[in-house]
Design a protein around this ligand. Structure first.
Ligand SMILES: [Zn+2]
Length: 298
């Protein structure tokens, strides 16, 4: 009995000790994992939420989903956009966003920064190797103005951040203030002009007076671009704004084997009577480089 009582007492003590051990372990774990309560971290949390909310709203106006990684970084000056391991990142310094929001008394300041960074992604700037490009900055600024108009910002609100933060002389990476103000205003006005405009109101942007009555389509081997011949025997190409661009003019060939000849990038080409396109060489070894097909006009 005595032995049994001793064993039982020891087991009870061990259970108590185990309980205490578990309690210490759990409590210490809780302490180490509980969120810090100092104010800096509270601000971090809020800027994290606010930045993600802003980006989600901006992409909503583009008809897209916020499938970006939005992260804070105290080591960068303001914000940037990049791709890492096939993921699209937007990084921002919370202190920068907080400073401009507080000093300019409007959320539009921070939103225009995030819209600019998002613009770099959507415009395909981040898929190229990182290079400093004034052209890219201007495009992203224009996008920022365009989106901010759609979100309800006035022109002053769309410009408030750049007017406060922009460098009048520019920097190695960014164009001068005046150019950036112009780009944001251009985007903002473009969005404004689009409002209430249906597709039937759109005008051809072409003002080059090129005749677009087309007779033939020309395709070079291994090239996806199409070229066209118009009734005036001009060789044209359409740029991404659908503007007709004159690139050459066809002339009757003096060689009986060919119907037409034309020059393109210092090389001489000829089109035979079956529509085959030949690169002419001085040695007589002409090279077949493409085909022509007639366009039927109804
Ligand atoms: Zn930029």
């Amino acid at each position: 009995m005595i032995i049994n009582a001793f064993v039982e007492k020891t087991a009870k003590t061990m259970r108590k000790f185990n309980l205490l051990l578990w309690f210490i372990l759990i409590f210490s774990n809780y302490i180490s994992q509980s969120p810090p309560t100092d104010t800096t971290h509270k601000e971090n949390y809020l800027s994290d939420r606010d930045a993600k909310f802003a980006v989600s709203q901006i992409v909503y106006y583009c008809g897209l989903e916020p499938n970006f990684e939005i992260v804070e970084d105290y080591n960068i000056k303001n914000a940037n956009a990049f791709i890492k391991r096939r993921k699209r990142f937007i990084k921002y310094n919370p202190l920068f966003l907080k400073r401009i929001t507080d000093s300019l008394h409007t959320d539009w300041a921070a939103w225009s920064v995030l819209a600019h960074e998002l613009g770099h992604h959507l415009l395909g700037h981040t898929i190229t190797k990182f290079t400093v490009s004034y052209e890219h900055e201007i495009e992203a600024d224009k996008f920022s103005g365009f989106i901010l108009y759609q979100m309800g910002a006035s022109l002053d609100e769309a410009l408030i951040c750049i007017e406060s933060e922009g460098n009048p002389h520019g920097s190695h990476s960014h164009p001068p203030l005046e150019k950036r103000v112009f780009a944001i205003s251009e985007g903002w006005n473009q969005a404004k002009n689009l409002k209430n405009k249906s597709i039937t109101n759109f005008k051809q942007t072409d003002n080059t007076n090129i005749n677009e009555e087309l007779t033939h389509r020309i395709r070079f081997n291994n090239e996806l671009t199409s070229y066209y011949v118009n009734v005036e025997r001009q060789l044209i190409w359409y740029d991404n704004y659908a503007n007709a661009i004159l690139i050459s003019t066809l002339k009757d060939s003096e060689n009986k084997s060919f119907k037409w000849e034309f020059f393109l990038e210092k090389s001489k080409y000829a089109i035979d009577f079956k529509g085959g396109i030949w690169l002419l060489s001085t040695h007589g070894n002409n090279l077949s480089v493409g085909d022509t097909e007639a366009i039927e006009n109804n």
